[in-house]
Each structure stands twice: as structure tokens, then as C-alpha cells.
Design a protein around this ligand. Structure first.
Ligand code: ADP
Ligand code: MG
Length: 704
């Protein structure tokens, strides 16, 4: 029965050979549940093992693949203490070569004599003469009898190389994918409408799936790596096409929807807004507010993106919109990407709304069950009009009495996908997404075509542009002098250290050591504080508050201060190991200073050796303070990485396509989707199928 079941693309991967419950769980954690999910998880690289090189022909300096037999192998210690080399001697029909691995002692338990191995790596000259392959990618091919009817899976062809998933190595994934493809029935239903497929001359789905994993001989490796083969393009197009049809359906349906409420703006409401406003809005702020309030008054729900630099004054605009909704008897959900940011937003929302008659609540995962219940009941009865939290706010079981407006900070994805969740819960609020990392125009139009946008580009009056310096670590003394000068003038400084999950322990240690060093040796007269994500919330709040009150002069922090904190007297931002940050992130951090009238500085301190990419990033930041321009540069510099993926909390939306690399296909998908929806083929039955495919692919409640 499992053998037959695997014919169906919707079959759970667990029924594939070599995938038991444990691996199925690991795959599920990576978003791979069905055979279809598996087959749409494409290799990140291909290796031409059809063109394995005879060892005799290897040349120093090249990167090559060889297939050889292990003659001997073992660990070698060196004179450097703790430094060990694992070395092998391998042989093919043409000759022998040494293979050297640095500091990978565990390989001793991996390799043994007589194994047949494929090695892919750089060929170097040995210090003692002759050649060696250094730290190659490796795969043992021989201990697996050929079970595939004579078809080689791991060698003798172009083979796919996958990202490791849990305990599934690239090789075991190759085996599993190969098996899944072998079991595909001769006919696989094509999810693309046939006219669309033919009209564009796209490959059939079955062929595309097979060839994207196991390319036919003579496929160009370069084309594969650039995702330009017909098989890959077809799969990307498919993904983008459904995405676009989904967006268009959403838009079409939104245009006909009528909110179950009317929002009105009268003099009383204008007066209430004036009461909370401590300053005059800039022209851009006024225009953005006007656009938003017009949307609020419209019959159809708003879906708007508010773009503007850090500190350009988006939050106050959003809160004024919130006030309008609340004055109309509606509730507002204000969502931040993380709990820390939610806490920070909460503090400033409470401050701004203090002169109003509305009650604000904070709902985060750190609340006790009892506190959660209490907050939940205040939301349900309408006693709290504004609720700050993370996305859990709309995804969990929180019930609103009358949710009218959802404000979302820094989550582009929200506008596209999560609305469907809200709608499914019977809520259909106006949605305002705020971002300080604007989407480059080309991408915005194609990928987020369902959003209206407002922009704030004008600087708040009295603010001077921040001066940005790029300095190597070796010039640290100079950097400290600059900071000292500011401290003497009564100003305050941030020193930010990187913190990433993979090296959290080390990073935390570095931040603590930095704080100690600055306090003891560098700024002995100043008061130095330290905050990071592991500092208990209460203590962190005390430290932040002390910094805001001027009782701390230098705040050493990990990126927890990225957004939210507002201390106008802070005029220096030193970013340590700046090369480890992304461009958008650096820009965000820089936005923590320059919030008062005084000239502010940002110093990017970097390691003395810098990759070209990192250098370009730091230079770009020094050259401009305009977030819109930085977004364009970010897009350019990042290459075919994911522009949206890492910065946003969740999984990237697309698993085959890449907005950057494939943006032309996205444009084509949009055109095609518009035409197809307008044509006779887009029947209710077809649309039903599209909706189902969309739901499966994008994993949420579906569209419209
Ligand atoms: P953003 O949300 O865009 O990062 P904020 O709304 O937090 O920016 O605004 C940054 C700071 O500038 C806040 O302290 C805010 O009170 C202040 N601010 C906003 N708009 C103005 C304005 N028009 N005039 C003076 N200060 C302003
Ligand atoms: Mg902000």
C-alpha cells in the first residue's frame, strides 16, 4: 500500500523509502510534509559528476570533482597544539592524490579504506610537492548497492546537492527524492491551466519536477545554478502565477467588500487628535495621515503600506489613525515582530495616548496564564481599545469585541497572507503595515501588488542628517575619542554588538566583555550599562529607563535596541563588527541616534579584513541616509539572496522562486494572471482549483 500511496503528490513523505517517523518529523519542521513539498524543495547546487576528472588531469588552483577509492586514511597531529589534519590517499584508474581536511577529526569515523568516494573541492599544491584536494565536499558512494534498476543516483550524472535537513544529509535527500520521482505515475495532473502552459511554451509539470532534480545530460551547470533551465523556470513560474492569481482575487474581492461599520471623521475627532499631538506634523506625515483616514472612511477595507525611515514619524501617524478608529467605537491591534519590540511599542503608545480616554493593553507570551486571561477578557468586552502584541494577537484565540484596525510594524508579508486569517476569524479590519525598510519599487509592484502605499520622506524639522564613519578596528582609539568628546558635551552613546542565534553564547560574552572593558579602561568616568536579550525583562527595562533618563552615559547593547528606543540626547552610535549586519539592519540601528536637534554620528567599526561585499555594504551606508535609496542598494548588493526572507521572522514566502533572481518571471506571471482571470477559462471550477493550490502552497486560510 505505501508503494501505491506514494504515487500521489499529496502523500505524506513518511511513506517514502528511507523516511521514517523521525525523518518525517525533521522534514515537517522544514515545511516538507508531502511528496509535493519534497519535490518543490529544489537543490541549491548541482554537481557534474558525469564529468568527473581523472586524477591525473587535476591542476592546482581549480575546483574539480573526482570519483576514487580510498586506499588509506587517518588523523595526523601537527606541531600546532590542538590542530589536527585528517588525510586520505585516494586512487582512480588514472592516478592517486592526497586529500586533506583540517580540524575535522570526526572524519576518522566516516571514512575507511576501500570505500568509493566522490570528492568536490579545490586542488592545491602540497608544501612538500605534488597535489592535494583541500577540505572537499565528500560523499561515500560505494556502500550503497545500486537499487535503481541500473540508474546511478549519486554519480555518473549531474547530481543535485540539497541543504541538509535535520539528520538527512544531501546524499540521503538525493536518494529520497530519486525514489519519490521513480514512483511518480506517468501522468501527473498539471496545476497550471493548459492554455497558459502552452501559450508560454512551458515544460510539463512532471518533466519539470524530474529534470529540476536530475537534469538531463548536457544541461549547463551555469544555467542550473542561475535557475534558467526550462524545468526550473516552469516551477518558478507556476509558483508566481498562483501567487499572482491569489493576489488579484484578493484585490478583486476586496474591492467589492463592504466593511460592517462606518468610520466618520468630524470636528470632535479632529479635536481629540490635536489633544494627543505634541508637535506639528510634517507635510509628508499630514499627507500620509490623510490617505489613511480616507481609506478608513471608505466602504472597502484598507490595505496600505506606510513606508518611511526609522524616526521619520510613522508611529505617530499610525496612532492618530488608531485614534480615529477608536473614536468610532472600534478596537485597534498594534503588532510588532517580536515580544521585545511589542513591549517597547507599548511603552510609547501608552505615553502618546495618555491624554486620550482610551485604554491600552499589552498581550505577550511572557504574561502568566492568569494575566493573559484578564487581558483577553478586557479585549473581548471592549474595555481595552488598543492592544499591543505580536502576531499571536490575530493568530491565536484572542477575541476582539470590535476590531477595526490592525497596525503591523515591519512585516511586509502581513498584508498579503495574514489578512486571510483575520477574515477567517470573521474579522475584516483595515490593515496598515509600517516599514522602515521600504520595498524597492519594482518588487513592490509585482510582489505586493495588492497594497496601496504612503511614503514619508521628509525629515522631521530640526533634525540634521547623521554623519556616518567607517573605521577599522585598528583605529578604535580614534573612535573612542569621538565618543569621549560627545560624552564631555553631556551627550550619550550606544555601542551595539551583533547577536545571532547560531553564536549566541559567544556574542553575549563579547557584549559583556565590551561593557566591562569600556567601563574599566576606556570611559572610566562614565556610567556604562549593558542590555541584551538574556537580561531579565525587569532589569532590561530599568537599564533602558536609566539610559533614557540620562543616568547611564554609554549603553552597550545587542540588537534588542534595534527598533523602538527613543533617546534624543544620544548622539553617537558605535556599531561593532558592523560587517556582520545587513544593510537594512545597519540603517535601522543608525536611526536610533539623530533624534534630537544636535548633530549625531554613527561609526561602523569593522574587522581589519573585510570581504568585498561587506565593504560595499558599509560604504553604501556611509554614502546615504535615505532609506529608499538604501533599499535599492540592499537589493542590488544582496544578489540572489532573499531580500525578504531573513529579515522577516517567518519562512520566505516562495520556496522555488526568488523575487530578485526571478523578478522578470514575476512580471510575466502577473501579466499572465491578469489576462487569464479576464478570459473565459477562469471558471468557478478553475478558480476553486487555484484557491486550493494557493492554500496548499502558501499555507494559510486561502484567498477571498
Ligand atoms: P518611526 O515610527 O517612523 O520610526 P517615530 O514615530 O517613532 O518614528 O518618530 C520618531 C520621533 O520623532 C519620536 O520621538 C516622535 O515623537 C518624534 N516626531 C515624530 N513626528 C514629529 C514631528 N512632526 N515633529 C517633531 N517630532 C516628531
Ligand atoms: Mg518605529
Amino acid at each position: 500500500m505505501p508503494a501505491r500511496a506514494a504515487d500521489d503528490l499529496q502523500t505524506p513523505v513518511q511513506y517514502l523509502k528511507g523516511v521514517g517517523p523521525r525523518r518525517a518529523a525533521e522534514l515537517a519542521a522544514a515545511g516538507v510534509q508531502t511528496v509535493e513539498d519534497l519535490l518543490l524543495t529544489l537543490p541549491y547546487r548541482y554537481e557534474d559528476r558525469a564529468r568527473l576528472r581523472p586524477i591525473r588531469d587535476l591542476r592546482p588552483g581549480e575546483v574539480a570533482s573526482v570519483c576514487a577509492t580510498v586506499l588509506s586514511c587517518g588523523l595526523r597531529t601537527t606541531r600546532r597544539p590542538g590542530f589536527r589534519i585528517f588525510e586520505m590517499l585516494v586512487q582512480d584508474a588514472s592516478g592517486r592524490v592526497r586529500v586533506v581536511f583540517f580540524n575535522q577529526a570526526f572524519l576518522r569515523d566516516v571514512f575507511e579504506a576501500q570505500q568509493q568516494v566522490v570528492l568536490h573541492g579545490r586542488v592545491d599544491r602540497r608544501p612538500t610537492g605534488g597535489l592535494q584536494i583541500t577540505n572537499p565536499d565528500h560523499e561515500i558512494v560505494s556502500d550503497e548497492p545500486d537499487e535503481d534498476g541500473g540508474e546511478l543516483v549519486h554519480t555518473g550524472r549531474i547530481v543535485p546537492v540539497y541543504e541538509k535537513v535535520g539528520s538527512l544529509t544531501p546524499k540521503s535527500l538525493r536518494r529520497v527524492v530519486h525514489d519519490a520521482l521513480q514512483r511518480l505515475p506517468a501522468e501527473v495532473a498539471d496545476v497550471l491551466p493548459e492554455t497558459v502552459r502552452r501559450g508560454l511554451g512551458l515544460a510539463r509539470r512532471r518533466d519539470a519536477l524530474c529534470e529540476a532534480h536530475f537534469p538531463p545530460p548536457d544541461t549547463s551547470i551555469e544555467a542550473l545554478e542561475q535557475f534558467r533551465t526550462p524545468a526550473q523556470q516552469r516551477l518558478v513560474f507556476e509558483e508566481f502565477f498562483f501567487f499572482q492569481v491569489g493576489l488579484l482575487l484578493q484585490r478583486r474581492e476586496a474591492d467589492t467588500r463592504v466593511k460592517p461599520r462606518r468610520i466618520l471623521v468630524d470636528d470632535r475627532i479632529r479635536e481629540a487628535a490635536r489633544k494627543v499631538l505634541p508637535f506639528r506634523l510634517t507635510g509628508d506625515q499630514r499627507r500620509a495621515l490623510k490617505e489613511i483616514v480616507e481609506d478608513l472612511q471608505r466602504a472597502r477595507p484598507m490595505n496600505r503600506l506606510l513606508q518611511g525611515d526609522v524616526g521619520s514619524g510613522k508611529t505617530i501617524v499610525a496612532l492618530l489613525a488608531a485614534l480615529v478608529a477608536m473614536e468610532n467605537g472600534l478596537q485597534v491591534a498594534f503588532m510588532a515582530p517580536t515580544e521585545i519590540l511589542a513591549e517597547q511599542h507599548y511603552a510609547s503608545v501608552v505615553r502618546v495616548l495618555a491624554p486620550s480616554r482610551f485604554a491600552t493593553a499589552l498581550l505577550t507570551g511572557t504574561l502568566t496564564a492568569r494575566a493573559r486571561r484578564e487581558v483577553g477578557s478586557r479585549i473581548a468586552t471592549g474595555a481595552s481599545q488598543l492592544v499591543v502584541g505580536t502576531h499571536a494577537l490575530v493568530q491565536g484565540e484572542v477575541r476582539f469585541k470590535a476590531l477595526g484596525l490592525a497596525i503591523v510594524d515591519e512585516q511586509h508579508r502581513f498584508g498579503v497572507v495574514q489578512r486571510a486569517t483575520l477574515r477567517d476569524k470573521g474579522l475584516d479590519p483595515d490593515v496598515l503595515v509600517m516599514t522602515a525598510t521600504p520595498i524597492p519599487r519594482t518588487l513592490a509592484l509585482t510582489a505586493y501588488g495588492d497594497l496601496d502605499t504612503s511614503e514619508i520622506r521628509e525629515r522631521i524639522p530640526g533634525r540634521q542628517p547623521i554623519g556616518t564613519l567607517v573605521r577599522s578596528e585598528s583605529r578604535r582609539a580614534e573612535v573612542y575619542d569621538l565618543v569621549r568628546g560627545q560624552l564631555r558635551a553631556g551627550r550619550q552613546a550606544f555601542v551595539v554588538c551583533p547577536l545571532v542565534e547560531e553564536s549566541e553564547k559567544l556574542d553575549l560574552k563579547a557584549a559583556s566583555e565590551m561593557a566591562a572593558e569600556l567601563q574599566q579602561r576606556v570611559f572610566a568616568d562614565a556610567r556604562v550599562g549593558l542590555v541584551h536579550g538574556r537580561v531579565p525583562a525587569a532589569e532590561r527595562d530599568r537599564t533602558m529607563a536609566a539610559f533614557a533618563a540620562g543616568a547611564i552615559d554609554v549603553l552597550v547593547a545587542t540588537t534588542v535596541i534595534e527598533v523602538g528606543i527613543d533617546v534624543p540626547n544620544a548622539t553617537v552610535m558605535v556599531i561593532e563588527q558592523a560587517e556582520r549586519f545587513g544593510l537594512a539592519q545597519l540603517h535601522q540601528l543608525r536611526g536610533r541616534v539623530g533624534r534630537g536637534a544636535a548633530q549625531s554620528h554613527c561609526v561602523l567599526v569593522h574587522a581589519s579584513r573585510l570581504s568585498d561585499a561587506a565593504r560595499a555594504r558599509l560604504r553604501a551606508l556611509a554614502e546615504t541616509t535615505d532609506g529608499f535609496e538604501i533599499a535599492e542598494r540592499d537589493l542590488e548588493l544582496r544578489g540572489p539572496g532573499d531580500f525578504f526572507g531573513t529579515r522577516q521572522s517567518g519562512v520566505p514566502i516562495f520556496r522555488v522562486g526568488d523575487l530578485l533572481r526571478d523578478h522578470r518571471l514575476m512580471e510575466e506571471a502577473r501579466r499572465t494572471a491578469v489576462a487569464w482571470l479576464a478570459g473565459p477559462e477562469a471558471t468557478e471550477a478553475q478558480l476553486g482549483a487555484v484557491r486550493r493550490a494557493w492554500t496548499r502552497r502558501f499555507g494559510l486560510a486561502g484567498v477571498a
